[in-house]
Design a protein around this ligand. Structure first.
Ligand code: ZN
Length: 284
């Protein structure tokens, strides 16, 4: 059996095969260190029940997915986002998550979730203000917030923070040190291509801002922009190199496998977990 090491599983990786209770049990049975669940899965399984099951299994919770989606076209929408993010912080505390992952949102939407603005600069201001406001709620409660920069192909609809540099700039503006509760989730899928990746990981590490490390691989060709992430070792990312940058910058946390993939969702979930363990030990 390969060494499990720092492996943790983002529960989206198995979402089509198993409900959250089965995922937690399956991950624990394989001896994996942790999980990172999604809010909709927790809601379906019941927050208290999930928290109790996680405690019983002794699994770490490497992150909670997700908060964010701050921009909205009117005040009603922004207040709804604020309230929903506060609930996400409360849930993250209940399940003992290491951090709440923020997918910050793209162009402003209306109440029917239609994009109704082309003002991306304005969207970025709403993101900054939204994170700053949420930090005032999360910091005293003891929940860390991790900004996840997303690949630029998602700038319109999911996240208008697309580079590590932008995430670091936001952290500099809102929170002088990562010890004060605002940091970054580094997801290989989104940032592997960035010529500044090494320098920006070092910049984040110097301020204790490296809160999470999400791994998968970039397939060539990528057939679907959302649901065709690769298993580690099947794509073009130099995973050991990026891991070495993370570790040289002080990151000692878990390595979270997060794979949205129709190909892997069609597999037996135990095969997926066994493959994650083997690939994590061998190619990351
Ligand atoms: Zn991620």
């Amino acid at each position: 059996m390969p060494d499990i090491g720092q492996l943790t599983i983002n529960t989206a990786t198995l979402r089509k095969q198993w409900g959250l209770k089965d995922i937690i049990a399956g991950v624990a049975q394989m001896g994996i260190r942790g999980i990172a669940p999604w809010r909709d899965q927790v809601a379906a399984a019941g927050l208290k029940e999930v928290a109790a099951q996680i405690r019983d299994t002794g699994l770490a919770v490497s992150g909670y997915c997700r908060g964010g989606m701050f921009p909205a076209i009117d005040r009603t929408g922004r207040l709804a986002a604020r309230d929903d993010n506060r609930r996400a912080v409360d849930e993250a505390l209940t399940i003992g998550a290491e951090c709440l992952v923020l997918v910050v949102g793209g162009l402003p939407k209306d109440g029917a979730q239609r994009i109704v603005s082309k003002d991306i600069a304005g969207a970025r201001e709403m993101v900054r203000d939204g994170i700053g406001e949420l930090l005032e709620y999360a910091r005293p409660a003891g929940m860390k917030l991790a900004i996840e920069p997303l690949h630029p192909m998602y700038a319109a609809d999911r996240a208008c923070v697309n580079t590590m540099a932008h995430a670091n700039d936001l952290c500099d503006e809102l929170c002088p040190s990562g010890r004060d509760g605002l940091g970054i989730a580094v997801d290989i899928y989104h940032v592997w291509w960035d010529p500044q990746l090494k320098a920006q990981i070092e910049r984040a590490g110097a301020k204790d801002r490296l809160y999470a490390y999400h791994i998968c691989d970039w397939l060539v060709p990528t057939k679907d922009l959302l649901n065709d992430r690769g298993m580690m070792g099947d794509g073009v990312v130099d995973l050991p190199l990026v891991r070495s940058w993370m570790e040289a910058s002080g990151y000692r946390g878990l390595h979270e496998v997060e794979i949205f993939s129709e190909r892997w969702w069609a597999e037996d979930p135990r095969t997926v977990l066994a493959t994650c363990i083997e690939r994590h030990a061998r190619v990351t």
